[in-house]
Write a protein of this length. Structure first.
Length: 78
């Protein structure tokens, strides 16, 4: 499983920086992903983000948060 985790870390590391307009949205993905709506995505598209950009940044943020939680759990379990 370590190999797959390393691949996920590489995906996150290889994702280009997000445009500033996405910062609040990506923070929600990290902290409250269950509250993200179609309207949030439509606001990003209206602000000039592409669908691919929104998708890639969303996936990278979700993976990053999952890895952060995995790392925290592994530290607790020692």
């Amino acid at each position: 499983m370590t190999e797959q985790i390393d691949e996920l870390r590489a995906v996150v590391a290889g994702t280009p920086p997000a445009p500033a307009v996405m910062s609040a949205y990506l923070e929600r993905v990290h902290t409250r992903a269950y509250t993200v709506t179609d309207a949030d995505v439509e606001r990003l598209l209206a602000a000039g983000c592409t669908e691919d950009e929104v998708f890639e940044q969303t996936v990278a943020a979700a993976i990053s948060e999952g890895l952060r939680r995995l790392d925290a759990a592994q530290r607790v379990l020692g």
